[in-house]
Design a binder for this molecule. Sequence first.
Ligand SMILES: O=C(O)CCC(=O)C(=O)O
Ligand SMILES: [Fe+2]
Length: 395
Amino acid sequence: MNSIQSTAFCLNQPLAPQSLLHRHRRLAPPAASAISIDYDDESKHHTITIPSFLSDDESDISGTYPSLLHKIHVLPFLESEESARMLKIARAYAEASSSWDQQDSTRHVSYQTVDFAVEESVDMSQYLQDINFQERIFGLLSEEYDVDVEDLSELDFFCASYEASGDDVQTDRETMDRLEFHRDGSLLSFTVLLSRPEDFEGGGTIFDALRGAADESDQQSTVLKAPGSIQPLKAGYATLHSGKILHGGHVVTKGQRIVLVGFVDVDLRNMREGALGSAAKEWGRNDVREFWNQRRLLKTKQQKASWNVSNWRYLPKKGRSCLGKCSMPASLLGSIENRSKPEIIRERRLRSEDRLLRDIMLPRAERGEKIEEELGEWREVSLEDMDGLMIGWEE
Ligand SMILES: O=C(O)CCC(=O)C(=O)O
Ligand SMILES: [Fe+2]
């Protein structure tokens, strides 16, 4: 992209003294921690590069920073008549089906969303076909993330509504005003804004890795708003990102935000084997750590006056030797408090995310052949043909 205006700013993290760096090598602050925003005035395309959270000398990383997956793109996508028409179809379907009146979606495992799948609405599916929606969005994703269009497949397209809480108090509608931080099942995801920015306040797609940094940017001229949420300038704009970057729907404080969201899968031949598995393992470990550290903190705080902890699992190793018989060393509570600090846990999470974004995509030269699935031909079969194939079948 021809970058006309470029902004870069730092997270302003002080460097730890050498001794600390040595003791907590794995948690050392990143060498370079800056967000860069490129803007091309002609195409109105913003490219936001999420910061680096690792130092470049960490030996076991295959890719470099920034990879294409570190980039979040915000750009005009649908013509204004197209997004207006889609909004109309979406509203009509949601009204007729009450899809936006209840939190019942199974799309996100741990929390409910207010949406409907595009395929449920005949009119919406038809319109998306008429305007070649899938071909167009796949074309964009293919170009920005360097994946062949043939290697992209639709996992899910759905239309979600966020409404400011309080607007629905008079009714029994269950709406949502935000979506908690999560990672999508897909490597690539997109959000197309259907409602007009002037119809709601707040909102946007919020990224953990961009949190805090937006305060320092020029709020008027960018799509990146505090605290790390990306708010497109017009209806019809698309936000493209890797679904593996921790993100959510930022809280809508007024009005209604309606978006079309898509999860797009990438064929395995493009991906480095094991990269996603180890990141997922690390995130799982982190969640468990977070839980236990919080629990330890609570327990030790409760027992601070007369320290008599009977369950050693709540204690770090160095506290276990004097279980139940001594007073709590002042340093112990401090160290437990330190470990359960959300910033430290966040830092760990961001480091494994950064590692994944560097590692997961194979360079073109290392990608294998695409394996076409052989479906064979349909033919009629007799009951004798089926003999032995129908396990558990009883006449
Ligand atoms: O509302 C948004 O911009 C993000 C939605 C999202 O992340 C999701 O539905 O998975
Ligand atoms: Fe998502």
